[in-house]
Design a protein around this ligand. Structure first.
Ligand code: DX5
Ligand code: ZN
Length: 214
């Protein structure tokens, strides 16, 4: 499988959101990555359901919704209903992970668990067989435009091993600080999906930037 690219809308121009979504829709990007932040689980507020619903109408590409919110269990039904295709919750944000994964498993959509840089990979071991995706953070969740944490490479190797040992089919997504200086190494170590915000949207040519990560 060739690497998938999921541009993060967080770095788009919100005054021209439909224009930017149209560019992505017509591009070789595979998924739309949508960062929902609540100002509690992370110290930043981004956007919520109305924006996700609006973007749903602008593309048929999969919506990869990354919930950086506390008690995500309260909002799972809603995010399924408004058209998420992959719903990812943080392992650090809930004590109800089993309930959340059961609920997503009963729906038509795919499940993901996101893990922050300081959380041991071993915390995933009870869930790794049940999920479709791990979102391995390359930065501390909360803001776009941060520098990639180099230790993520070692964590990726550890995660890949865990997936192998547990015979899991979970895909690995890398989120935060991804650009054309680390994409090749991430791919060679086994990443399946790369999320990129600033690198894509700050570039003078969005299409070229997406292609350069492929
Ligand atoms: C960080 C978000 C990322 C972010 C990526 O909390 O989860 O998806 O938008 O942005 P860049 O690529 O700028 O690090
Ligand atoms: Zn994200």
């Amino acid at each position: 499988m060739s690497i998938k690219i999921a541009p993060s809308i967080l770095a788009a121009d919100f005054g021209n959101l439909s224009r930017d979504c149209e560019i992505l829709d017509k591009s070789v990007a595979d998924w739309f990555h949508l960062d929902v932040m609540d100002g509690v689980f992370v110290p930043n507020i981004s956007f919520g359901m109305p924006i996700v619903s609006s973007i749903r109408k602008m593309t048929a590409k999969p919506l990869d919704v990354h919930l950086m919110i506390t008690e995500p269990e309260k909002y799972i039904d809603k995010f399924i209903e408004i058209g998420s295709d992959i719903l990812t919750v943080h392992i650090e944000a809930t004590s109800k992970m089993d309930n959340i994964l059961d609920k997503i498993a009963r729906s038509r959509i795919k499940s993901g668990i996101a893990i922050n840089p300081n959380t041991p990979i071993s915390k995933l071991k009870n869930y790794i067989e049940k999920i479709d995706l791990v979102c391995l953070m390359g930065v501390h969740a909360g803001f776009g435009g941060q520098q990639f944490i180099l230790n993520t490479f070692d964590r990726l190797v550890e995660l890949k091993n865990l997936i192998k040992i547990k015979n899991s089919s979970a895909l690995i997504e890398i989120d935060g600080g991804v650009d054309n200086t680390n994409n090749k190494k991430l791919e060679s170590l086994g990443a399946d999906i790369l999320v990129a915000g600033s690198y894509i949207f700050k570039s003078p040519d969005i299409n070229k930037a997406i292609s350069s990560l492929k």
